[in-house]
Design a protein. Structure first.
Length: 724
């Protein structure tokens, strides 16, 4: 007997779909619809992925779904295909991908209906109310609407039936409330594109169907104008655009520019939004009411029925990589989606990732360059400042202090960058050498003086600042080294007559604080900015003419093979914040290693030349993008379990055979103990993707079956960007 089985994805860490029978007296829900199913004690919301004619479980275990939630699929076939391929590529549990990427309220079973605020207005054929003496209620409503459109709630109670009558007669019109009441202000005049910008826009628009473009344009070269222009053309053909940005809250200016240009056609989606707003943006994209969707990484999985273009801004940014749960890379998903939907994708950066540069080299991506800044702005000059033997004020050399003073005297702004927050990374007892350490991590506490706490930057643990040494009771506790809080204090002491503003995660914790800080900089209410990575993100501060990079050496000694790439990107992104106005900019990089080949190469050739050199090194050393990695991580409360477990997975791989894949490890993670758990890892490396994925396909299900797998927390990371 043939019957219908529903293959359902459920957000659980299990690597398969679940079989259910349809409801007794409901039509079977189509693939893409949510269903409520019996699962565990409380039931679950799942997503139908496919229909089948046989079940993988015995009949006795087959159960009926409780109910279908949606009467139409949440998204069309291309997005379902993207999610399926993503689960396959990352070897992720299907439910984590198909259900886990939905907005929280949809995961909870909320109806996928747009809450449209309706209003009523008179049509052109509406008669004068006085001619309707025989229908006083109709006349009353026509009179109420004669003054202008009204929300249904503003009309007399009980008018719904009468309104329907009027609608049938064609005398009134029902429309979404925001359509006519809120008029967009006229968009600001767009600048005439430079010829390089025009060439970039034309290249993208000329693509028929899929095409991947790398927009390699120096900071301030007008990449955003290229996006805006290309999107405008796409919207004019009735299609939608998806714009991915790294961290929307850090660059409110970008969002503002899109809103200024496209008004209410823009919807924004990121994890900082309240659940209701997230759902509303998702639904507006799905219904097509939103024409431009701007969002952070998970927005790549939003349904857009008329998708015509995908833009990935700052494509090199590490925040595109999801680092827990379903570990995907949103840039790579954007390219895959563009391929599936057969539309162009535009990846922009001043410091492209080596992956994208490598794709450009072999012609998989077409590279378009913007080599000069737009308008009258010039690129800043980069100089190394040898700080050996210098009498430093904290981390600031006399030469840097003098340069800052020069800018301030001229009424301009300076920016000092240090990628370490807090006051000092170590607190030390001057009497006996005691150093307070986090009990849960292999790490020292960072001193946060404003809050008077010791904070572990790895597990978030904190404790009050001790008044004296825990070992010898001496009160002589010395902060060692410096973070942004200390730089702020040092700079305030050096320039007491000037306003110093610190921008880091601590100083911007309150809602709205970052916006307030950024506008203080733009309005000239701050003279010197001190900050972390947050300052490196796409901001436009026209009066900043000097950037000081306080400690470039930090990046020279990191263990990760991506360290040089990251250092170069950070230096060029921070440098890119200066000289964006009419005055030229200057970048001073403090170092104790003025002869270091990395710094030299970087300053001599610029990012592009340096990156090509890094690619050669990666190729020689057999690192990505020339080889492919997957990292199996494990952690457990005891010191050895994670290593034992990984040892067993290694034996499994040996049994299965792993031709073409090298397994390295298991080894303890570079920081073995973190948040009270001991961590270890096993690295898989392959010249070609096919054998790696073939191994993962047969190996992971067996790994999941190991008895030891239940005693550790483990996860697989395909294309990891951090190998620790
Ligand atoms: P990017 O995104 O590459 O950093 P933006 O698009 O933010 O660059 O442009 C930097 C500045 O130059 C902005 O103030 C922008 O308005 C201006 N700009 C961009 N394109 C042009 C142009 N063609 N003519 C004049 N000004 C431009
Ligand atoms: Zn002591
Ligand atoms: Zn800790």
């Amino acid at each position: 007997m043939s019957r219908l089985i529903l293959k359902v994805a459920i957000d659980a860490p299990l690597r398969h779909l679940f079989d259910y029978l349809p409801h007794f007296n409901q039509p079977p829900p189509a693939p893409g619809c949510r269903v409520r199913v019996p699962f565990g004690r409380r039931g679950q919301v799942g997503l139908v992925v496919a229909h089948a004619d046989h079940a993988d479980v015995p009949d006795a275990q087959l159960r009926h779904i409780h109910e279908a939630i949606d009467d139409a699929p949440l998204f069309g076939a291309p997005l379902l295909e993207l999610l399926r391929r993503a689960a396959d590529y990352y070897h992720a549990p299907p439910g984590e991908v198909l259900v886990g990427t939905l907005p929280g309220l949809l995961r909870a079973g909320r109806p996928a209906r747009e809450q449209v605020d309706w209003q009523w207005r008179l049509s052109d054929t509406a008669p004068a109310p006085d001619t309707l003496g025989r229908a006083p209620r109709q006349a009353e409503l026509l009179r109420a609407l004669a003054v202008g459109p009204q929300a249904q709630s503003a009309l007399p109670v009980g008018s719904a039936a009468v309104l329907r009558t009027l609608l049938d007669k064609g005398w009134v019109v029902r429309e979404p409330r925001d359509a006519s009441t809120r008029q967009d202000p006229a968009p600001p005049a767009a600048p005439a594109l430079t010829s390089a910008q025009r060439a970039a826009v034309e290249a993208v628009l000329a693509a028929s169907g899929f095409g991947a473009f790398l927009l390699d344009g120096v900071t301030g070269s007008g990449k955003t104008e290229v996006y805006l222009s290309a999107i405008e053309a796409v919207l004019a053909t009735g299609r939608q655009a998806l714009v991915l940005v790294p961290e929307i809250s850090l660059t409110p200016q970008t969002e503002a520019r899109f809103r200024a240009r496209f008004g209410q056609a823009v919807a924004v989606l990121h994890s900082g939004l309240p659940d209701g707003e997230r759902l509303a943006a998702w639904l507006a994209a799905r219904s097509g009411r939103a024409r431009v969707l701007i969002g952070t990484r998970s927005a790549v999985f939003t349904p857009l029925p008329a998708l015509g273009l995908i833009v990935v801004d700052e494509e090199h940014d590490a925040s595109y990589k999801q680092q827990d749960g379903f570990r995907y890379h949103a840039r790579d998903m954007a390219v895959l989606r563009a391929r599936i939907e057969d539309v162009p994708v535009l990846l922009g950066s001043a410091t492209p990732s080596l992956e994208s540069l490598a794709h450009g080299r072999v012609g998989q991506y077409r590279t378009v360059h913007l080599r000069e800044r737009a308008g009258s702005a010039r690129l800043p000059r980069l100089e190394l400042l040898d700080v050996r033997h210098q009498r430093m004020s904290g981390l600031v050399s006399p030469a840097l202090a003098a340069a800052v003073r020069e800018e301030l005297v001229a009424g301009r702004q300076a920016m000092l960058f240090l990628n370490r927050r807090g006051y000092a990374p170590v607190l030390l007892c001057h009497a006996c050498g005691w150093v307070p350490k986090c009990q849960r991590c292999d790490a020292h506490y960072t001193l946060h003086r404003t809050r008077q706490v010791l904070l572990c930057h790895h597990c978030g643990g904190e404790r009050p600042l001790p008044p004296s040494c825990a070992e010898c009771a001496s009160g002589d506790l010395l902060p060692l080294g410096a973070g942004t809080e200390r730089i702020e204090a040092d700079i305030t002491a050096l320039f007491p007559e000037h306003t110093v503003l610190r921008v880091d995660r601590d100083s911007t914790r309150r809602r709205g604080a970052l916006d307030a800080h950024l506008s203080a900089v733009r309005d000239g209410r701050a003279d010197i900015l001190v900050g972390t990575q947050m300052l490196a993100k796409g901001h436009h501060f026209p009066a900043v003419t000097l950037v000081g990079i306080l400690d470039a050496d930090q990046g020279l000694f990191a263990a990760d093979f991506r360290a040089s790439e990251r250092l170069a990107q950070t230096i060029y992104q921070v440098a890119g914040r200066c000289g964006r106005g009419t005055q030229p900019g200057r970048v001073l990089i403090q170092t104790h290693q003025p002869q270091h080949p990395v710094l030299h190469a970087l300053l001599q050739g610029g990012y592009g030349v340096f990156a090509q050199q890094l690619l050669k090194e990666r190729e020689a050393a057999g690192w990505p993008p020339f080889t492919h990695l997957a990292l199996l991580r494990a952690e457990a409360p005891g010191a050895q379990e994670a290593l034992w477990f990984l040892g067993e997975t290694l034996s499994l791989a040996a049994e299965l055979g792993h031709a073409g894949v090298t397994l390295l490890g298991p080894v303890p993670a570079p920081m073995p103990k973190r948040a009270g758990r001991f961590r270890a890892q096993l690295l898989l490396q392959a010249d070609r993707r096919a054998p790696l994925h073939a191994l993962l396909r047969s190996w992971l299900p067996a790994v999941a079956q190991l008895p030891a797998a239940r005693k550790v927390r483990w996860s697989l990371d395909v294309d990891p960007i951090d190998t620790y």
